[in-house]
Design a protein around this ligand. Structure first.
Ligand code: EPU
Length: 310
């Protein structure tokens, strides 16, 4: 083994490597969809040094890598991913509150910040209640509801980019859009600073409860999904378009277009990525035919025809 070990393998078997390494790890264990073939390596890094060292070796060795977060917005191919899926462990899961700001590791969950804000009588995160995923994923996707996005709370973000190194970007210098941000594809988000303001805890609780109740009623939160599959086109709701076309309940293998919300495809048990892709193509085709609208994916696709970083 040692004789022909690549620099990547050498790093990952080194006792000093601060992380957990799972070779040929089924990604179905690490995605909310419970779908996805094996990643060549699934690696949970516990410190900034481990993360930057790992990314640098991947870049030098031309091994594809991507940040998987909590796997809540990703569809991994049945064939898996011929590279490294990186998750953030220990040092990236901390949340501190200082001088009106949260300092949150990119591996902490967005929902933990929502709860922590409520506990401290702070407002500004109620819109994100029930949103799965990590802060890193939420920032890259500019997660939110239709009209309130996480970007409005961002003071600064620390990132690492191979070749450039570490940097702290001001929230105002990042170009944010509907479910988009200007982070580069090969830029790993490490930590962020979020603003919060004092608020009446009863008003915060009421807003959180109302948002959660609305989502529980209209989204299949208890089933394995990747959240919204498509982005809403300008001025329209994909869910409504799919509903109007009578496509809810359409089944392909183990995957099904949710009866609750047209923009959710659920894994009813044993669904493959191929089943989900087939339903996505069906929806795309029908929406294009009926409305002349080309739907853009919201879910990140990983491992399909070299979609390396998803
Ligand atoms: N609608 C239907 N039929 C459906 C689904 C929706 O008629 O099957 C109608 C609803 O009645 C409503 C309108 O379409 O009048 C919009 O629906 P909804 O309020 O559910 O919002 P959405 O645009 O479908 C967006 C985000 C969600 C977020 C909700 C809550 C996108 C793609 N989705 O959904 O985000 O939770 O608003 O504010 O922007 C996600 O990004 O993964 C996600 C779940």
């Amino acid at each position: 083994m040692a004789r022909h070990a690549s620099p990547l393998q050498s790093l990952l078997v080194d006792d000093r490597f601060d992380g957990d390494v799972y070779p040929n790890e089924p990604m179905s264990r690490h995605t909310t969809y419970r779908i996805g073939g094996p990643a060549r390596f699934f690696v949970r890094v516990n410190s900034v040094g481990a993360l930057t060292g790992l990314i640098d070796v991947c870049v030098a060795e031309d091994v594809p890598w991507f940040m998987v977060g909590r796997g809540s917005n990703v569809l991994v191919a049945d064939e898996g991913f011929a590279g490294v899926a990186v998750a953030l462990g220990r040092d990236f899961r901390t949340t501190r509150f200082e001088e009106g700001r949260f300092l949150v590791g990119a591996g902490a969950t967005l929902s933990s910040v929502v709860q922590e804000a409520f506990r401290r009588n702070l407002g500004g995160f109620e819109f994100a209640v029930g949103t799965p995923g990590t802060l890193g994923g939420a920032l890259r996707m500019n997660a939110g509801s239709r009209d309130e996005w996480i970007s409005s709370r961002v003071v600064s973000v620390a990132t690492y980019r191979p070749g450039r190194g570490l940097a702290r970007l001001r929230g105002d210098d990042i170009a944010w859009g509907y479910r988009t941000s200007s982070f580069a594809d090969d830029e790993a988000i490490l930590e962020c600073e979020l603003s919060a303001e004092a608020a009446d805890p009863f008003a915060v609780r009421d807003k959180m409860e109302a948002n959660l109740a609305r989502r529980q009623q209209s989204q299949p939160l208890a089933e394995p999904t990747c959240g919204s599959v498509f982005k809403n086109p300008e001025g329209a709701s994909v869910g409504r378009l799919i509903d109007e076309l009578g496509l809810k309940g359409t089944v392909c293998g183990g995957a099904c277009i949710s009866e609750l919300h047209g923009n959710f495809i659920v894994n009813r048990g044993g669904a493959t990525a191929t089943d989900v892709r087939a339903l996505m193509e069906h929806v795309r085709h029908r929406v294009r035919e009926a409305y002349g609208v080309d739907l853009a994916c919201e879910v990140r696709l990983v491992g399909f025809n070299g979609s390396a970083r998803g």
